[in-house]
Design a protein around this ligand. Sequence first.
Ligand SMILES: [Zn+2]
Length: 276
Amino acid sequence: MKIGKCRFCGNRRKLIGAHIIPHAIFKSIRGQDGPLKLYTTWEETPSEKSKGFVDHNLTCGECDNSFSSYENYLVNYIKSQYNTNGERFGNTTALIDKNYNYKEFKLAILATLWRAHETNDEHFANVQLTGASANKIKTMLQNGDPGTEADFPIYVGRIKSDEYNDKLPLLVLDPVSVGECNHEFLMLGWRFIICQNNKDYGPHACLSENQLIAIDYSLEGSQEEEDILKILKMDPKKIDKEITKNRKIPIYVIILFIIIFIWALFIKSNIIKLKH
Ligand SMILES: [Zn+2]
């Protein structure tokens, strides 16, 4: 262990190996004795794969531990809810949960974003926040304050495929930037898009205190299809680490889709009200 300045609390302390991608993912997927069964964009040795990306220059143990309960909540949630049937809206379905824990869910994602921004690990080089955004996220984490839905709006989806539904919940991709100021994380078959600013965000579609909306979308025909199929079909030892480096998804297309979906949701709820 080395002594250094913790980038989260600013104190000189013993720095520990901080996991950029939540450690809870690796803890929860590893079998009792067997090798880690994850499909990832990276592959070193099986033992390195099982650790994910660890940065020994980032945080002290106390700060790292402060994220644990959020991350355990998020990982348990996305593992247990991946196969929960969504409500049907026209041609699509969505999981709508009014009883989830907004604070833990959102802070877990923001902690991952903050670490991906702060680390010098080259895998996360394109995850860059402005200084003001990084500071604001740090303060929110330090205060245990998830803010309102407009503070770093987060859009959630579940990637589905009849052919690969057994493998998608074991898929983890490197976080990537989409467009100028949005970031995408793909963890255990869930997709999270985090907006650095709220200029164009669609109210009611992103994570809010009132509800979580996770829109199901098909792997087939999605922007990520090519990358993901390469990983799922490939021998995990031969995965090309460059696969996601240039992944570009038009964020406005995704947000437009979400806004159209929310329209459908409101129309449906108004029809139900009229019927009563
Ligand atoms: Zn610290």
